[in-house]
Design a protein around this ligand. Sequence first.
Ligand SMILES: Cc1cc2nc3c(=O)[nH]c(=O)nc-3n(C[C@H](O)[C@H](O)[C@H](O)COP(=O)(O)O)c2cc1C
Length: 184
Amino acid sequence: MNVLVLVGSLRAGSTNRQLADAAVAHLPAGVTGTVFERLADLPHYSEELDHDDALPQVARDLREAVADADAVLLVTPEYNGSLPSALKNAVDWVSRPRGTAAMAGKPAAVIGASGSPNAAKWAREDGVKVLRVAGAEVIEDTFGVGASFQAFEDGRLGDAALDAELRTLVGRLTRAVDATRSAA
Ligand SMILES: Cc1cc2nc3c(=O)[nH]c(=O)nc-3n(C[C@H](O)[C@H](O)[C@H](O)COP(=O)(O)O)c2cc1C
């Protein structure tokens, strides 16, 4: 089983990247987590680019990575009360072509970190909404970290209760994959 991780912060030292790594560390044995490292290279979605002869290679690679993954984990900071554009753009790319979109039917979950006590709540809610509209089988519950600049110690969440909550959501995502497989 492979979980593809999309991280909405593009900056070095991102707390959301640390959160992504902490989530991957909670994947059960035999499950891999892969961060898609090229969201910064992804052009803004345009229907003019969305043709076989014009499709940017990075968009093709993202679609293939989502199609090959068993599940997708969105890791989001909150920018102006919502998802950062890099993440929304990625979802837009994998929501098309209609009917054969890589995201359709894919188990997914949303987690996020922000410096504020709000813990990226609005971004997480919007993440769930856009994934659902894109056709994913998204878990409605999300996981958030507030005061994120103080939250990590050696790549892990310092608060054991919070870390247990993260482990629970990651476990729910992998079980959703199992459920999808046994229903098929
Ligand atoms: C353009 C911009 C808008 C932001 N808007 C919000 C916001 O609406 N709510 C919030 O809690 N934090 C907001 N922040 C702060 C980010 O959530 C914070 O920088 C985030 O934790 C950074 O994540 P990172 O460490 O993964 O880069 C904003 C930051 C930027 C750069």
